[in-house]
Design a protein around this ligand. Structure first.
Ligand code: Z5A
Length: 200
């Protein structure tokens, strides 16, 4: 079973994945967690290029690099685990490309991005996507500290577009929209309730 977490930077995905890992461990459930971009040697090298190497990257190059990192992760790690019936948790998946490169950067037509996503995922789809919804202004308050990476430097207008992209995507049936302004524990409980329904 494939479970993905989505949302703008600072929405609390990593916090929720940490809580979910502890929950699954307590229950003795076998699972793996991967972050995107990343999760394999090749994908981590691409992550470094995308987030840290240069401020001057062509938007199409960016789109293709996120997709290349994903293709390697899906082929090397995700498909083999799903074939064994394991649970795989993803901190971002191809919905991030639709929201960030499609709606945010406007790197390519949405129909082209859809085709590219199918190719890069080897037609793999999550059963459920938890979308932690939070206004970009609120999320920015959580991420103000620290050095910003290349994507984080994109600015408020960009994140507004990304946010509107996620709102479009959240109409899909596999999306579970969660109010990310609630407390971490309240959000965790919502996620557990929803997952238990699917797992039972
Ligand atoms: N990207 C892309 O453009 N296209 C793609 O296809 C893909 C990705 C796959 C990856 O960055 C960047 O790549 C990302 C999208 C882009 N760029 N941006 N911008 P990343 O992997 O380094 O980071 P991230 O995924 O964007 O987010 P993150 O740093 O992991 O943060 P988070 O998971 O959203 O939030 P968090 O770390 O759990 O929480 C952030 C803070 O808020 C922290 O201090 C928490 O203690 C606090 N927090 C968490 N939950 C709460 C609640 N409920 N209330 C109050 N405070 C909270």
């Amino acid at each position: 079973m494939l479970i993905s977490f989505e949302g703008i930077d600072g929405c609390g995905k990593s916090t929720q994945i940490k809580l979910l890992k502890a929950y699954f461990r307590d229950k003795g459930v076998k699972f793996s967690v991967f972050r995107e971009p990343g999760g394999t040697e090749i994908s981590e090298k691409i992550r470094n290029l995308l987030l840290h190497e240069t401020d001057d990257m062509d938007p199409t190059t960016e789109l293709l690099l996120f997709s290349a990192a994903r293709s390697q992760l899906v082929a090397e790690e995700i498909i083999p685990r799903l074939k064994k019936g394991e649970i795989v948790i993803l901190d971002r998946f191809y919905d991030s490309t639709t929201a960030y490169q499609g709606y945010g950067r406007k790197s390519a037509k949405l129909s082209h991005i859809e085709t590219l996503n199918k190719l890069a995922t080897h037609n793999t789809e999550p059963e459920i996507t938890f979308y932690l919804r939070i206004d970009p202004k609120e999320a920015a308050k959580r991420t103000q500290r620290g050095i910003k990476d290349r994507m984080e430097k994109a600015g408020e207008d960009f994140f507004r577009e990304v946010y509107s992209g996620y709102d479009m995507l959240s109409r899909l049936e596999r999306f579970e929209v969660i109010d990310a302004t609630k407390s971490p524990e309240e959000i965790h409980q919502k996620i557990i309730q929803r997952l238990n329904k699917v797992l039972n």
